[in-house]
Design a protein. Structure first.
Length: 95
């Protein structure tokens, strides 16, 4: 099984606009650098708002909640759900 270090990254996209997912190796001394890079990555990949630590009031109460996409509120809820799912998936892959 390969180990990942902060220097190893997963590339998202291709060509000149490729963005690399910063990975964390568990070294607490490198955490702040990694977190700064991860937040920047989240901003580029459009899930940065989910990383702010602020309450995402538009987020549905659960993944099972049905959202009415024909309303503005439903569209906001679905966008918040997508941001949160992207953040959680990328956060998991970063370790």
């Amino acid at each position: 099984m390969a180990t990942t270090t902060m220097d190893e990254e997963t590339t998202i996209g291709s060509g000149p606009k490729a963005v690399n997912l910063p990975t964390f190796d568990g070294d607490h001394k490198k955490f702040q650098t990694w977190w700064t890079r991860f937040k920047a990555y989240g901003s580029v990949m459009r899930f940065g708002q989910a990383l702010t630590g602020k309450d995402e009031s538009a987020l549905p109460g659960s993944d099972d909640e049905v959202v009415d996409m024909s309303t503005d509120e439903g569209k906001k809820m679905e966008a918040a759900r997508k941001r949160n799912n992207l953040a959680m998936a990328n956060f998991t892959m970063a370790f």
